[in-house]
Design a binder for this molecule. Structure first.
Ligand code: PLP
Length: 402
């Protein structure tokens, strides 16, 4: 993007409202979702039918989701956070057991570990992908380690084959190979080595929260797995135990959500394609800014660009990065966020449980000072996207002079 193009768009265009850093409607709805939602409500108005429990709409959605991910099973849930809790519950952890999570993370997975009273162990991330660094993770395995719990960060698959190899190489003395469980909340529809995110690992947990790549009316989640016993147990737990022989509660999604989910899933690839196109266009427009490290796309992955994440140089880490984000937000109406800071900074309970580990995680601490995410949405039009790129150029040039 040359200087004239930048000047022109900045002169011509100015958003009236802030482009949200993490758009509130991550996906978008069409008349088709409205139609199926209305139908599901109308069908439930017969007093002999009502909403029901695990009805056809839910089973259909689960089957389509499993087919999409290439797994045997998909179990729908009320949220991904519930799914992460159930994932950790499925390990039957004992006191002193350890689960390894990346340090740059959303708080839900670390909290799911702590919720089972297990020891939460952090590993470093790879600063190019923001996903966990397999070599560092391997060094943190002990005889107490039970599971590896990566997040598919910001829409990009974690290096699952590396993690699965490590899990095989370091079996737990009683339980055998470590379990690899993916937090796929931000990566629904992403690809990894000819598979979809959701296929590799013991199970993967998806979110359909309103900010995510596809949504089921505000909240929703899904677990995918090829393990029949696990699927039976999860189905039991989400509905008061049923015949699974296990404890249970109620973590179901509704019929209306599932009907909408099936439509969203059919549209998912097209929605991601549009998001990725905007991301690629923008990356091209940002090429040549010396200070910015642009998003890295590993050749064996299909990035969904759930978030559009860049890095400032080490000497801009912290204060200057924050100044740049603030300037973009306040002076250009371009929302920015840090996704994510080291997770102990986001949650005091996590901090209290893991404070001793912070000094052992310099890469994560330093990377977190440098990364930032810039508003991106598939419905952003070309002009808006060009404006964002021009704003970033302009703001970086101004911060350079500070
Ligand atoms: C990485 C990650 N994990 C888990 C969650 C929790 O998802 P949910 O809101 O569906 O519980 C989110 C989203 O908020 C997330 O970004």
């Amino acid at each position: 993007m040359n200087e004239k193009q930048r000047r022109d768009i900045l002169k011509m265009y100015r958003p009236q409202q802030l482009f949200p850093a993490e758009p509130n409607l991550g996906a978008w709805y069409t008349e088709e979702e409205v139609k199926v939602a209305t139908k599901a409500i109308r069908d439930s108005m017969d007093w002999r039918i009502g909403f029901g429990f695990i009805v056809d709409e839910i089973l259909d959605f689960e089957q389509s989701f499993a087919n999409y991910c290439g797994t045997e099973f998909a179990i729908s849930l009320s949220t991904a956070s519930v799914g992460l809790d159930l994932a950790m519950g499925s390990l039957d952890l004992e006191p002193g057991d350890e689960v390894i999570c990346p340090a740059i993370n959303f708080k839900a997975s670390p909290l799911a570990v702590l919720g089972q009273r297990a020891n939460l162990v952090f590993c470093e991330i790879d600063p190019r992908t923001f996903n966990c660094d397999p070599a560092d993770l391997e060094q943190r395995i002990t005889p107490k380690t039970r599971a590896i719990f990566p997040v598919h960060m910001n829409g990009l698959s974690a290096p699952m084959d590396d993690l699965l190899d490590i899990a095989e190489c370091h079996p737990h003395p009683i339980h055998g190979p470590l379990k690899v469980i993916g937090d796929a909340a931000r990566a629904c529809g992403g690809g990894y080595k000819e598979t979809k995110v959701g296929k590799k690992g013991w199970m993967n947990v998806f979110s359909f929260h309103t900010m995510k790549l596809m949504t089921t009316l505000g909240e929703g989640g899904m677990i995918t797995t090829d393990d029949a016993e696990l699927a039976k147990r999860l189905r039991g737990i989400r509905q008061w135990g049923n015949d699974s022989g296990t404890w249970g509660s109620s973590y179901k999604m509704t019929k209306v959500q599932a009907a909408v989910g099936s439509v969203q899933l059919r549209r998912l690839d097209a929605m991601i394609e549009q998001r990725v196109k905007r991301a690629h266009d923008r990356l091209q427009m940002l090429e040549g800014i010396p200070e910015l490290t642009l998003t890295f796309e590993p050749p064996d992955c299909d990035h969904t660009f759930y978030l559009f994440t860049l890095l400032v140089p080490p000497k801009w880490g912290g204060e200057k990065r924050d100044r740049l984000c603030q300037m973009l937000r306040e002076e250009y109406n371009v929302g920015t966020m840090v996704a994510n800071p080291p997770v102990w900074e986001a949650q005091p309970y996590i901090h209290a449980q893991t404070a001793g580990q912070i000094e052992t995680l310099p890469v994560s601490v330093e990377t977190a000072k440098r990364l930032f995410c810039i508003s991106l949405h598939p419905l952003m039009n070309e002009e808006e996207n060009t404006y964002v790129a021009a704003a970033v150029w302009d703001a970086v040039e101004r911060v350079r002079k500070i």
